[in-house]
Design a protein around this ligand. Structure first.
Ligand SMILES: [Zn+2]
Length: 140
């Protein structure tokens, strides 16, 4: 079974590749490359897979899951400028796929070794754009 907890955070970012010119970055990323950055209200869904405990009926302690999301994601990222304040985004372009993959890594580190396993990270950058990350997307 799958259970999903939702969270939201607001963060700024800009998308540019440092080895490309301003013009090349504008061409590639459009407004996303604007040097002053801009904000998104990110919506995050963390999906965990497991069987409900026969006694408690719980797949995972949902309070604990909430605390882990706060520790690893919303705490460090909410109201931050991702490129300057959150690693690895000083060297990794904080596109939605890269932010989602980093969230996977942070969550996976905390959730591994329990009965329930991280199954999916879905990150909405805007209401009409989201990225899904599953285990096969994260090899390193
Ligand atoms: Zn953006």
């Amino acid at each position: 079974m799958f259970i999903t907890r939702k969270a939201e955070f607001s963060a700024s970012h800009l998308c540019r590749v440092s080895t490309l010119s301003d013009e090349q970055n504008r061409k590639l990323f459009g407004e996303e490359a604007n040097a002053n950055g801009h904000g998104h209200n990110y919506v995050l869904e963390i999906t965990v897979e497991g069987d409900p405990d026969p006694v408690t009926g719980m797949i995972i302690d949902l309070k604990e899951l909430k605390d882990i999301i706060e520790d690893e994601v919303t705490g460090p990222m909410d109201h931050r400028f991702l490129n300057y304040e959150v690693e690895p985004f000083s060297r990794v372009v904080p596109t939605a796929p890269n932010v989602a993959r980093e969230i996977w890594r942070r969550m996976e580190k905390r959730l591994s070794g329990r009965g329930a396993e991280l199954a999916k990270v879905r990150l909405f950058e805007t209401p009409d754009l989201y990225v899904d990350v599953t285990r096969e997307d994260v090899s390193v």
